[in-house]
Ligand binder design. Structure first.
Ligand code: FEO
Length: 402
């Protein structure tokens, strides 16, 4: 860490960057890396807020020991038991035999599943609204299940008005430069200009399924005077807090963030691709003010495609028939949307089929099963290649979409 790690009086950042991680959670590319955040409260009683992923144990321990200066921590606050935050709990409990772990009741069972060492006698279970005084600092705990595991809780430090928000308000991206030296957030402080892009991709892919729980948490926390949000990944938010809170409210209520059309396509021999790109051109020509985003699902990042589907109010899916059903990559995209509770959008369908088109039927069935989806009828069917009739159908579809 090049900049100061001080967040507020007696409260410091002691996490670590991971800039060479292949896939986060084994599935998400992180071209700008990711941070594993951990915090330190220096008071009459010393609290460590969450451990970090085992990939950066050494660096985190060095940061922690530097702050301790030979002292012993009193409490380890465990907001979340997923291994990117909980991997070093056992190590810390063994290193400091008087350390007390503070967590929700549900976290206790998870600790027993993850660790063979039983330190149940050194666990302090906290309940909704309970407080823990450290001296001049006091932590108040709020249960926020399913953001994004059932045991998750957040804590609010009352003197400095800091919300430790677990995975909520998290973002992909490390503070330092990546291995090629070209990327990185550059600061542990969030900036609203660059925050939303990777925070949105993080939210919809990791937390998105649990919008109702996020709404519950936002309501529960709305009476607090929050001056800082310290998440478990990504920058600390301080300036422009209403901007970040409003975005989370929009995302978790499944409302579109922007007016616009997202066209997601796959293609076997290029004909469905031609239709998707032509539709985008027609819309751009007829409605130049309207945002149109296009993704080739065969090559583009699936998590980014999910993000864009949620971001805009209109979605077009275009795919060929394959093995009597739907081309697998489109099937995968729609499956992702379904499990992330995609809803309340307008969807248009373009299918292709040479002898027995089936893709449209499959896509229609999938979107019919989702809540609040308006499907534009009729769907466009390409019979193998683009012809004059297909082009007319695409022009009609463009009118419907605009
Ligand atoms: Fe960053 Fe749900 O863990």
């Amino acid at each position: 860490m090049k900049e100061s790690n001080i967040i507020a009086q007696g409260i410091k950042y002691i996490g670590a960057d991971d800039t060479d991680l292949d896939l986060f959670e084994g599935q998400y590319i992180v071209p700008e890396g990711i941070t594993y955040n951990s915090y330190f409260i220096d008071d009459e009683k010393i609290a460590v807020l969450d451990t970090i992923d085992q990939r950066r144990t050494e660096e985190w321990l060095a940061n922690l020991e530097n702050e301790l200066g030979g002292r012993t921590p009193d409490y380890l606050i465990v907001h979340h038991m997923e291994p990117d935050h909980a991997a070093n709990i056992c190590l810390l409990m063994e290193k400091y035999p008087t350390l007390i772990a503070v967590c929700s009741q549900k976290a206790v069972a998870l600790m027993q599943r993850f660790f063979e060492t039983d330190f149940t006698s050194r666990i302090k279970v906290v309940k909704e609204g309970e407080t823990l005084s450290l001296g001049t600092h006091t932590l108040q705990f709020f249960m926020t299940p399913m953001i994004h595991w059932p045991e998750v809780m957040m804590s609010y430090e009352q003197s400095e008005k800091i919300l430790f928000s677990a995975d909520a308000f998290g973002k992909f991206g490390a503070y330092s430069k990546t291995a090629d030296g070209s990327k990185g957030i550059g600061s542990m402080w969030g900036d609203k200009v660059e925050w939303a892009c990777e925070a949105r991709r993080y939210y919809f892919n990791i937390v998105g399924k649990y919008g109702a729980m996020v709404q519950n948490a936002l309501k529960k926390l709305s009476n607090l005077d929050i001056q800082y949000i310290c998440p478990l990944h990504g920058p600390i938010l301080h300036d422009d807090l209403p901007y970040f809170l409003n975005l989370y409210n929009t995302w978790s209520s499944y409302k579109p963030e922007n007016n616009g059309i997202f066209i997601a396509y796959s293609s076997l021999h290029g004909n469905t691709e031609k239709a998707a790109l032509l539709l985008a051109d027609i819309i751009r020509e007829q409605a130049p003010e309207l945002k149109v985003s296009v993704s080739d699902l065969r090559h583009d990042d699936m998590a980014e495609a999910i993000e864009d589907a949620f971001r805009y109010d209109r979605l077009v899916v275009a795919a060929p028939t394959y093995d009597g059903g739907l081309m697998p990559v489109m099937n995968d995209f729609i499956h992702h949307l379904a499990i992330k509770a995609y809803q309340n959008r307008t969807v248009a369908i373009i299918e292709n089929g040479s002898w027995a088109p089936m893709a449209g039927k499959k896509m229609h069935e999938a979107f019919e099963a989702m809540k609040g989806i308006k499907i534009i009828e009729p769907m466009v069917t390409i019979e193998s290649t683009l012809k004059a009739k297909t082009i007319e159908d695409l022009k009609t579809l463009a009118k419907e979409l605009i």
